[in-house]
Design a protein around this ligand. Structure first.
Ligand code: AMP
Length: 193
């Protein structure tokens, strides 16, 4: 199973991706996680990406395309993968098509978690408060101000990616505002239909 999971920040992509990983035995390839690991390591890539991520903007396409290229045929992805947070621009989607073709792979599904943007801010604010109450730290880009920039980037740069896949007849949409278990069931139905 090879799939792309689309949806704005706070839509629950990470949560659903983890469930799919457990269910299908596939790898979760999250460019956000890879970039945060590079920042934590202090690698040249991390140094280039950190300030951009902290502002909530998108890092240059070539950085994430290279990261994904290195992971698509990794040992952990032998059963397939779920792309979480990639592609986020049409250029990334086109690059992904080229990479998959070169590796003689194809996507089984592209699923978008559709959410009400007005509710997202509330959802993320709740997540931040609960995390802090539990005594844990939150991501540097998890605050209302940066979230607005991230949503803006989503609207301008990532929403066209949904249109790109819809144009190929490859897009399935699931209501991301439903309770987590319902979203999981709807995703399962979308992937097995
Ligand atoms: P995420 O954890 O997916 O929300 O990603 C956190 C941040 O990493 C984003 O706000 C971007 O700055 C950066 N990032 C992650 N994936 C991508 C991508 N595919 N293209 C550009 N920037 C990305």
């Amino acid at each position: 199973m090879r799939l792309v999971l689309l949806g704005p920040p706070g839509a629950g992509k990470g949560t659903q991706a983890q469930k799919l990983v457990a269910k299908w035995g596939i790898a979760q390839l999250s460019t956000g996680d890879m970039l945060r690991a590079a920042v934590a390591e202090g690698s040249p890539l991390g140094l280039e990406a950190k300030a951009i991520m902290d502002r909530g903007e998108l890092v240059p396409d070539r950085l994430v395309i290279d990261l994904i290229d290195a992971r698509l045929d990794g040992a952990d992805a032998a059963n397939g993968f779920i792309l979480d947070g990639f592609p986020r621009t049409v250029a990334q989607a086109e690059a992904l098509d080229a990479l998959l073709e070169a590796k003689q792979m194809r996507l089984d599904a592209v699923v978008e978690l559709v959410v009400d943007e007005a509710m997202l801010l509330k959802r993320v604010e709740n997540r931040i408060r609960e995390t802090l109450q539990a005594g844990n730290s939150v991501r540097a880009d998890d605050n209302a101000e940066v979230l607005k920039t991230r949503l803006d980037a989503y609207r301008k740069q990532t929403a066209p990616v949904s249109a790109y896949y819809a144009g190929k007849g490859a897009l399935k949409q699931v209501d991301g505002m439903a309770p987590i278990g319902d979203v999981e069931a709807a995703l399962h139905a979308a992937l097995t239909s």
